[in-house]
Write a protein that binds this ligand. Structure first.
Ligand code: MN
Length: 465
């Protein structure tokens, strides 16, 4: 059966329901998926309600209502089918819309999942979008939200733009005028909201020698190029403000900066998705910044606000989200500082540390990713943290980068294998993954992960140090 046939079956199941419960994940992709399905159901006159959960596991399954509604699990569920079966959910009351690795259980649930069909560059919001579009062709106004979910789940990262079936979503949004697609724009976060020198200095993919992590030098670099960093009223300019000619000048200089340091400029440019319907400099003006807004809502336990923003609410909802975003950034800055100051323990193929219960477990992975940019990028970072509600469990967050993934590192695999060996559970993606393990096995676990990483690493090339 093809992906398209699965989508059609999902549409039939959904369109036949009179009442729906959407169970979704609290990250950007989960919130975007929920918003798309929520909107599609509401427009079709299907009564629906939503439940957001951090992870589908024995502790949270009780949040899924036992009623006559069709339970749509989105951005989760594929890997937890046995859990659903064990909890007595029947095949005809469940629809799974996911993009994670699927694990069959005792009950054959209807699943719309791109992954078994070989599409690993579409997120749950993308799959949800195809269902919504199939229900009603007018739902293509949700393409923008689907792109946000895909970008939030790093689907555009490796190829510097969305690829495969996700191109259809981009094209739908572009055709409607909802998405401005720029093929070769600066591959940096914050092109709509951050002062240009900050935007460039925070760029870590690619790492630009002399620019990355160097705000003051970057401001001088721009001034030397004759590129203004402030407008006539003294306000900081953002990348989006720059005329094309000035952008070209900056990019040429950055290419030179990279090549003169023996680095390739391959990752300097990427396709970007800007939303012309949003106010310039708004935090929802482009896909990657919009995704951060959703992540902030999820991580501060207000996913419904993120969903409302996806469904078009602004005003109070956006103000609340901006407040969470500011909070989110302050905590992450603090966490990053803590990791760098306290220092990681280095093993042969891994660097790790334990942050205890100082930070909410939902931001630890982001901190790990940011810390990696300041640490030895060849060794994946593993951060452990306590879970206040579950003292016997330790949460693990791991991050690596594209270069290591290209060399064969797969964090999803090492965490799945190592946690399974001690009765824990792990999952995620090659570049970013997480796990829950018994607290008393922490030391054993980091050594086992180190060992598994060493098996994935090719022997060092001659002359490599
Ligand atoms: Mn996802």
């Amino acid at each position: 059966m093809g992906f398209h046939a699965d989508i059609c079956r999902g549409i039939r199941r959904l369109a036949g329901a009179s009442e729906v419960t959407i169970i979704s994940h609290i990250d950007a992709d989960g919130i975007a998926s929920e918003a798309i399905l929520n909107e599609a159901c509401s427009r079709a006159g299907i009564s629906n309600r939503s439940v957001f959960i951090r992870q589908l596991e024995p502790l949270t399954i009780g949040l899924v209502p036992r009623d006559g509604s069709l339970k749509i699990f989105t951005d989760l569920g594929a890997g937890q089918q046995q859990l659903l079966a064990e909890n007595g959910f029947s095949a005809d009351e469940v629809l799974i819309i996911d993009h994670h690795v699927s694990q069959d259980g005792d009950v054959p649930y209807l699943q719309v999942n791109c992954l078994p069909h070989g599409y690993n560059k579409i997120s749950a919001a993308g799959v949800s979008y195809f269902i919504a579009k199939g229900m009603d062709a007018n739902n293509t106004d949700l393409a923008k939200v689907a792109v946000v979910g895909n970008v939030g789940d790093m689907m555009a990262r490796e190829d510097l733009g969305l690829v495969g079936p996700a191109r259809e979503i981009v094209a739908d949004g572009e055709r409607r005028g909802d998405i401005l697609v720029e093929g070769k724009n600066l591959n940096a976060y914050g092109i709509s909201t951050r002062p240009i020198h900050i935007c460039l200095a925070y760029c870590d993919d690619p790492f630009i020698p002399g620019i990355s992590n160097n705000v003051q030098t970057t401001q001088k670099f721009l001034e030397n190029l004759g590129v203004p960093v402030r407008d006539r009223d003294g306000r900081w300019l953002v990348w989006e403000d720059l005329p094309r000619e000035a952008r070209v000048r900056v990019i040429s200089a950055l290419v030179e900066q990279l090549t003169s340091h023996g680095e390739t400029p391959d990752r300097l440019l990427a396709e970007t998705y800007t939303f012309p319907g949003e106010i310039p400099k708004s935090p929802v003006r482009n896909a990657s910044e919009f995704a951060t807004v959703l992540n902030a809502c999820g991580r501060w336990s207000k996913p419904a606000i993120g969903s409302a923003i996806c469904r078009g609410q602004r005003g109070e909802a956006l103000r609340a989200a901006e407040h969470m975003l500011a909070n989110h950034r302050a905590v992450i800055r603090d966490l990053l500082q803590y990791i760098l100051e306290k220092g990681v323990v280095e093993l042969s193929h891994l660097q790790y540390m334990h942050v205890g219960s100082r930070y909410p477990d939902t931001v630890v992975g982001i901190g790990a990713g940011m810390a990696l940019n300041r640490l030895n990028w060849e060794k994946p970072v593993l951060i452990m943290c306590d879970l206040p509600l579950e003292p016997s469990v330790t949460k693990i967050s791991m991050r690596t980068n594209d270069r290591m993934v290209r060399r064969g590192i797969d964090l999803q695999q090492v965490l799945t294998v190592a946690s399974r060996e001690i009765g824990g559970a792990g999952g995620g993606h090659r570049i970013a993954a997480g796990a829950y393990i018994p607290k008393e096995r922490e030391l054993w676990f980091v050594n086992r992960v180190n060992e598994l990483l060493s098996e994935q690493s090719p022997p060092p090339a001659p002359g490599h140090c």
